[in-house]
Design a protein around this ligand. Structure first.
Ligand code: 2HA
Ligand code: ZN
Length: 275
C-alpha cells in the first residue's frame, strides 16, 4: 500500500497541519510521533527501505524494542508537512534492545528524526505500559498561552491543574488526572526526557516551563483535542489575569466535585484544596 495513502499517515499529516494552523509551530518548533500498530507495519512492509544504518537513540527504551514509529524530522517545519510529507516525516524502526533506530521510510532529502526523540520514546514507553498499549501518540507543541502562564504561576502541578480546571467547565472532564510541570531545562536531551516521562506515569499532559507542552493519547483526535483544550483554558486564564489581578468569581472546588460526579470522573483530592 502506498504509505502516503494509509490512514495513519493521513491522520498524522492532518494533525501536524492542524497544529500549525493554531500557531503552535513557528519555524521548526514542535514534534509529533505515532507508534504503529502491528497490522499497519505488515501492510507497508514491502514499501520500506532496508538499508538505513542504525543510530543511537540517546537513551534506552527496552519496552519499545522492535516497534515502528512515524515521527517528524529534526529541523523540519510543521508548515511544510502537508505540502511535502516524504521530506518532513519518517518511519523509524527500533532495534531489539530499544537503544538504536534506523530510518525505513521518508526524510527523502536527508535528515534525522526529531531532536526530541529521547523524550518522545521515553514517553511512549511509559504510556504503552500504563495504558496497556492504548496510547500511541505523543505530541509536543509550543502552545503560546500555556508558555505565557509559566512566567506568572508557580511551577507546581497542583496550581497549574487547579487553575486550568477552573478556567473552563469541561477541563476536569477532559483531563481529570491533571497536568504536570517540568521546570526550565535544556531541551533535546535525556535529562528532560527522564523528567517528562516520570510525569507521564500519572498525567497525559506535561508542561515545559517557558517552552511548551507534551501530550499523550490513544489517537490523533484525542491527543490534539487534549492539547487544544489545555491551551484554550490557558488563553482564558491569561485573558482574565490581563484584565484584573484576581477573579471576581470562579468554578469552585465544590463545583469541580459536582462536575466529577455528574460526568463519572475521579478528580484527585490534592487538586481540590481550599483556597
Ligand atoms: O525545534 O520544539 O523542543 C523542535 C522543538 C524542540
Ligand atoms: Zn520545543
Amino acid at each position: 500500500m502506498n504509505i502516503l495513502n494509509t490512514r495513519f499517515v493521513r491522520g498524522f499529516v492532518k494533525m501536524a497541519d492542524d497544529g500549525f494552523q493554531q500557531g503552535w509551530h513557528e519555524r521548526n518548533g514542535g514534534n509529533l510521533s505515532y507508534r504503529l500498530k502491528e497490522e499497519e507495519v505488515q501492510h507497508i512492509l514491502p514499501r520500506l527501505m532496508d538499508h538505513g544504518t542504525w543510530q543511537p537513540i540517546g537513551t534506552s527504551v527496552p519496552g519499545l524494542a522492535g516497534e515502528y514509529f512515524l515521527v517528524t524530522g529534526s529541523g523540519k517545519y510543521f508548515r511544510n508537512v502537508i505540502v511535502d510529507p516524504e521530506a518532513c516525516i519518517a518511519i523509524i524502526e527500533l532495534d531489539d534492545k530499544g537503544e538504536n533506530y534506523r530510518i525505513r521510510w521518508g526524510l527523502v532529502e536527508g535528515g534525522k528524526p526529531t531532536s526530541e526523540l529521547p523524550a518522545h520514546l521515553m514517553n511512549h514507553e511509559v504510556k504503552k505500559r500504563v495504558t496497556d498499549g492504548k496510547h500511541r501518540v505523543i505530541y509536543h507543541a509550543h502552545t503560546t498561552n500555556v508558555i505565557a502562564l509559566t512566567f506568572i504561576l508557580p511551577l507546581k502541578d497542583e496550581i497549574f491543574t487547579r487553575e486550568l480546571w477552573e478556567s473552563a467547565t469541561e477541563c476536569p472532564v477532559v483531563f481529570p488526572g491533571g497536568v504536570g510541570v517540568v521546570p526550565w531545562m535544556v531541551p533535546g536531551g535525556r535529562d528532560i526526557a527522564v523528567a517528562t516521562s516520570a510525569l507521564m506515569e500519572k498525567y497525559d499532559a506535561a508542561i515545559w516551563a517557558h517552552h511548551g507542552m507534551f501530550c499523550s493519547g490513544e489517537d490523533f483526535d484525542l491527543t490534539f483535542g487534549l492539547m487544544h483544550t489545555i491551551e484554550k483554558s490557558a488563553e482564558i486564564l491569561l485573558k482574565v489575569y490581563s484584565v484584573r489581578p484576581d477573579k471576581l468569581q470562579t468554578i469552585t472546588a465544590e463545583n469541580l466535585r459536582a462536575v466529577a460526579s455528574s460526568f463519572n470522573v475521579t478528580l484527585p483530592e490534592r487538586f481540590l484544596y481550599e483556597k
